[in-house]
Structure formats: C-alpha cells, structure tokens
Ligand binder design. Structure first.
Ligand SMILES: N[C@@H](CCC(=O)N[C@@H](CS)C(=O)NCC(=O)O)C(=O)O
Length: 125
C-alpha cells in the first residue's frame, strides 16, 4: 500500500527570521520579544485576546536583536515584533512597534478597542 502525504510550504517560509527562530507552530502568531516594558505589552495583549501564539526569546545579552535575521523583520533592532501567518486577506503580516501590534490585534479580534469614537481615541491615547 502506498500512502500519499501532502506537504504544504509553511506560510512563514519566506521570512528570514524563521531561520534563527524556527516556528514549531507556523499556523500561530509568532512573537519575537523579551520581558521588557515594550515586550510585555505585546505578550499581555496576546494573552488577553486569547489568540494562540508562539513566543521566541530574543537575547539582548547575545545581541540577537542586531542579527541579520531579526533585522529582516525589524530594521530598527527593537522588540516586540510579530508575524501573523493569517493576516489581512489570509496573507502573512509582519509588524513591529508595540502600539501598531496592539492596534492590529485589537482590530483583528474586535477586542479591547471600543467602536465609540471618543472612547476609541482615548484608548489609543
Ligand atoms: N517604539 C518601540 C520601542 C521598542 C523598544 O524600545 N524596545 C526595546 C526594549 S523595551 C529594545 O528592543 N531595545 C533593544 C535595543 O535597542 O537594542 C515600541 O514601542 O515597540
């Protein structure tokens, strides 16, 4: 008997950062971060909205934020950064800047960002 299996390319295969931090779950949001105030913003948000994600530790002691693989995702060498394999239109979306990440995740899930204009802007503030 012959068993045929289909191997689909990972949606993240085109991202150089996955060479240094290979995803175990490429279908989940990939978080590249560390426990600093800006890093914790992204991980706290992911916990609050309940989306599955995979966290990758970026070692400042080893200057990993300055590695070519990390810089391919954020040329500003700053955590946090994410890749959502299921971004708008079903395409992978890379993002950095904690505020941009929080807004994106809030809009993606419809959580933690009010629709009322005044409350929405105060939340963004
Ligand atoms: N405006 C950025 C600031 C990010 C930032 O400053 N990250 C720091 C840690 S909290 C960092 O990655 N520092 C590493 C470095 O500068 O080499 C954001 O909100 O994401």
């Amino acid at each position: 008997m012959t068993i045929l299996t289909e191997t689909r390319p990972s949606p993240l295969a085109d991202f150089d950062i996955t060479r240094r931090w290979p995803p175990e779950h490429p279908d989940r949001i990939q978080l590249y971060s560390v426990t600093t105030p800006n890093g914790i913003k992204a991980s706290t948000m992911l916990e609050e909205i309940g989306l599955p994600y995979e966290a990758h530790f970026v070692s400042f002691a080893d200057h990993e934020q300055e590695s070519p693989e990390f810089l391919s995702l954020n040329p500003n060498n700053k955590i946090p950064a994410i890749i959502d394999p299921d971004g708008p239109g079903g395409k992978p979306l890379p993002l950095f800047e904690s505020g941009a990440i929080l807004l994106y995740l809030a809009e993606k899930t419809g959580k933690l960002l009010p629709t009322d204009p005044a409350r929405r802007h105060q939340t963004i503030q």
